[in-house]
Design a binder for this molecule. Structure first.
Ligand code: 2AM
Ligand code: CA
Ligand code: CA
Ligand code: CA
Length: 268
C-alpha cells in the first residue's frame, strides 16, 4: 500500500467507525436482543452483529481484495496474513454495553502483510477516538499522545487486570498476580480490552495484563501502544501471533521485564 492509499484507508476507516458509533448510540435505548455464546457471561447482542456487518459490507464494497476478520463471524476465514487484513471487534466490552450502557469500544486494526498499519479504538459513549498510523504517532481525537515516560517503577504504576486471573484459574498462577497487585500503586479493571490498550497508549494506565485474548481484542491496541513507545508481547515475553489467541502484556517498556519475570507464571 502506498502512502496515498494508506491515507485514504485511514480516512475511510475513521469515518466508518464514527458512523457505526453514531448508529449504536441511536439504537441502544431500544429493546435489544441479548444472547450468550461460550458461557453465561459471554454475551452478544444484535448490535454487535449489525455493527460487524456494517463494516464488512463497506470494506467488501470499497476493497474487494482485502480480507476481514470479525469477532461475530461475518468476515472471512483467515489463515494467512498476506495482503491487507482488517481485524474488527464491533463492540469490545459487550458486558459493559449491556449492563452499563457505557465503557465499550469499536476496535479496528488494519494490517499489511502482518505489519500493523492503522489502529482505531472508539469509546462510543464518550465520543472519543484513539487513532494511529504506523510511524506517525497516536492521537486521542485531535490531540497527539506523548511518548510514554522513559522511567517508571512498578511501585508508581497502575496496572489493568481482570480480577479473574488473580483467583484460582487454569492458565496462570494467582500468587504472581497477587504480588503484582500488592506491589503496584493501584489496579484497575475496565472490562474492555481495547480501551485498556488505549489507556496504556494514553499513559493513564502503565500496563495491562490478561490471558487468552483474541485477535480482534488486540489488533488495534497493539498499534496504538507501539506508536507511543510501548511494547506488547505474549505473557511469557514472546512476540504475539496475530491470528491466534494470546495471553498478553502491553505496557511501558520500563516495567515489562520485571512483570514477566517476577509476576507472571503461566501454567503450561
Ligand atoms: P468482548 O466484549 O468483545 O467479548 C472483558 O474483560 C474483555 O475481554 C472484553 O474486551 C471482552 O471482549 C474480552 N473477552 C475475550 N474473550 C471473552 C469471553 N470469552 N467472554 C467475555 N469477554 C471476553
Ligand atoms: Ca464477545
Ligand atoms: Ca473483544
Ligand atoms: Ca466484541
Amino acid at each position: 500500500m502506498n502512502e496515498q492509499e494508506r491515507q485514504q484507508i485511514y480516512n475511510r476507516a475513521k469515518n466508518w467507525v464514527l458512523e457505526a458509533g453514531e448508529r449504536i448510540r441511536t439504537k441502544m435505548d431500544q429493546p435489544i436482543v441479548i444472547e450468550t455464546k461460550s458461557s453465561p457471561n459471554d454475551l452478544v447482542t444484535e448490535l454487535d452483529q449489525e455493527t460487524e456487518q456494517f463494516f464488512i459490507e463497506r470494506i467488501r464494497t470499497q476493497y474487494p481484495d482485502h480480507q476481514v476478520l470479525g469477532e461475530e463471524g461475518f468476515g472471512d476465514e483467515i489463515n494467512h496474513v498476506q495482503g491487507t487484513v482488517w481485524i474488527v471487534d464491533p463492540i469490545d466490552g459487550t458486558m459493559n454495553f449491556v449492563h452499563q450502557k457505557q465503557h465499550f469500544a469499536i476496535s479496528v486494526g488494519i494490517y499489511k502483510d502482518g505489519v500493523g498499519e492503522i489502529g482505531l479504538i472508539y469509546d462510543v459513549m464518550k465520543d472519543c477516538l484513539y487513532h494511529a498510523k504506523r510511524g506517525e504517532g497516536a492521537y486521542k481525537n485531535d490531540e497527539k499522545l506523548p511518548l510514554l515516560p522513559e522511567e517508571r517503577k512498578l511501585e508508581q504504576s497502575i496496572i489493568g487486570l481482570n480480577h479473574f486471573w488473580s483467583i484460582d484459574n487454569k492458565l496462570v498462577h494467582k500468587e504472581g498476580l497477587q504480588s503484582l497487585i500488592r506491589k503496584a500503586r493501584g489496579t484497575r479493571s475496565y472490562g474492555s480490552a481495547a480501551l485498556e490498550f488505549a489507556f496504556v497508549a494514553e499513559g493513564i494506565v502503565d500496563a495491562y495484563v490478561t490471558m487468552q485474548l483474541s485477535p480482534w481484542d488486540i489488533a488495534a491496541g497493539v498499534i496504538l501502544v507501539q506508536e507511543v513507545g510501548g511494547i506488547t508481547t505474549q505473557a511469557d515475553g514472546e512476540p504475539i501471533t496475530l491470528l491466534d489467541k494470546n495471553s498478553i502484556i502491553t505496557c511501558n517498556p520500563a516495567i515489562h521485564q520485571e512483570i514477566i519475570d517476577e509476576h507472571i507464571e503461566l501454567k503450561t
